[in-house]
Design a protein around this ligand. Sequence first.
Ligand code: SF4
Length: 514
Amino acid sequence: MAKETAAQRIERIKVEKDGLSVLADIYEYAKGNKEIEPEDIDRFKWYGLYTQNKNLQDEDDTTLYFMLRVKLEQGVINVEQLRCLSKISSDFGRSTADFTTRQDIQFHFIKVADLPEIFERLKSVGLSSVFAAGDVPRNIVTCPVSGIDQDEIYDTTFLVHEINNYLRGNPDFVNLPRKYKIGISGCGKHCMGHEIQDLSFTAVHTDDGVLFAVNVGGGLGSNKKIALHLGYVREKNVLDVVKTVTAVYRDHGLRKSRKKARLGHLIDEWGLEKFKAYTEEKLGFKFIDKPLFKATPYAQREHFGIHRSLIEGESYVGCAVNGGHIGADGLSDLADILEKHRATTIKATNTQNFIILDVPEQNTDKLAKDLLDINIEVNPSPFKARTLSCTGIKFCKFALVETKDEAIKLASYLEKRFPDFSENVSISLNGCPNSCAHPHIVDIGLSGIKFKDEEGNTVAGFEIILGGNLEGENSNFGLKTGIKILPKDIHRTFENIIEQYLGSERKGLTRFLK
Ligand code: SF4
C-alpha cells in the first residue's frame, strides 16, 4: 500500500477526531494517565500548541516541551491580563514571551502537565489559545488604534468583535483545508496589510459613504500572492461575506497537498471570476463595483510615538519592542508602568510591537521615560521600530539559524552605526525559507538556508531578499538575490546595503536594490 502523504495524514487525523475534541485528552495526558499519541500532538495546534526543538534542553531532559500561542482578540491586553501572562511565562515558560505578527503572544518550554492550570488562568482573565493555530480561522488582524486615531477612516472595533464572536471556537470551521487568515480594518494607513490576508475588509471613503473593500487569496509562504480585489460591501454585509467565503473555502478548498491548500490556491484553480460568481450566488447579492482605493506604502504603515486620542484628555502611545521579545519581566514591568500612569490597556500590533491606548495626556512624557528604562521605545530608531524576527533555532523545529537574538543585536548595531538615518526601513530575520516574519514584504529580509561555503562545506546561513513592499496593486515581493551569508556576517552585510543605499539616488520600486 502506498505511504500516506503529509496531506492525507492530516486530513485523516482531522476527520477521525477534530482538533477541538483533543481537550479532554490534554487533561488526561496532563494527569499522566496515558502516553501522548503522536496524532493528538498534531491536534494540540487547535489549542495553540506546537512542539519545539530540543536545542536548549539538557541532554538528560526527556520532557516534551511546547510553544503555546495565546490568541489576543484585536491584540488587546489589559493590566490584569498582562500580569496573568507574565506569571504564566515565569511559572511555566522559563520567562519567555514574544509578540507575533498576528497580534498574538507566545511562550516556550510549556509542559503538558501544566496546561490545565495555564488554561484555567487564561480563562480567568478572558483569554484563550483556542484556534491560535491549526487549520482554522486564525486571529483576525486589525488596526491597533481603531476607535482612537484621529485619521482613521472607520472604527471597526465593534465589527471585529462581532466577527470574533462568530468565529471563536466555531465547530463549523474546525476543519478547514489549511490555516485561514482574516483582516478587518478602518486604518487610514492601511496597517492591517490587506494584501497578504486570505480574506480582508478595508474601510474606504467612497461617493456612497464608507464601504469595505473585499480582498481574497493573499498570503506568504506556500501561497505567496497579493490578494485580489472582489469589490466592496457595506458594513452590515461583512459577517455574511465571512460566513460565505469561509464555508466556500471549507467545502471546496484543495486538500491534496499542504503546499497548495490555502484559499489563494482555490482561487487560482477556479479563476477569480468563477470564485466571485459562486460567492455572490451563495450570498444572494453582488459585490459593489467601485474603483480600487490607493493603498499606503508599507514603510508608512506605523503608529509609533505619542498621539492625541479621539477620547478627550487621552493619548495613545506607539511603542517598539525589539524583535517582539518582551519576556515575563517585560510584561510585569509594563503592567506597573501602565498602572503608575493611569493607563489600562495595550494592543499588540502586526509588527511585533504594541500601542498603549489610553494614557492621560499629562502623563505621556513620564510614561515614555519609564518605558525607556525597560528598553521599550516610544520614538524608536527606524531599525528598532521595524525589525521583525521569527522564533528561530532556539525553539523552532524548522529553523536552521538563530534569529531573535540576532535581530536584537542587529537593530542596536545599526542604530549606533547610522545614528542619523531617519527613513523608515523594514527588516526581517527568518530561520528557514518559511515566511513567519514576512521576509518578502520588507526592505531587507533574511531567509535561513543551508549552502556550500568556499571550501565546499555545507553551512547554515541566510539568503538576502531585497526590496519587498506592500502598496495595494503596486505591491511587490522582495527579490531573492542569491547572495548567501553566514550569521557572523549579518552586521557587515546590512552596513554595506545601507551604505550603498545612502550613496544611491534612492528611487525606484525596490529602493534597497539600488
Ligand atoms: Fe520556524 Fe522557519 Fe517560521 Fe522561523 S520562519 S519560525 S524558522 S518555520
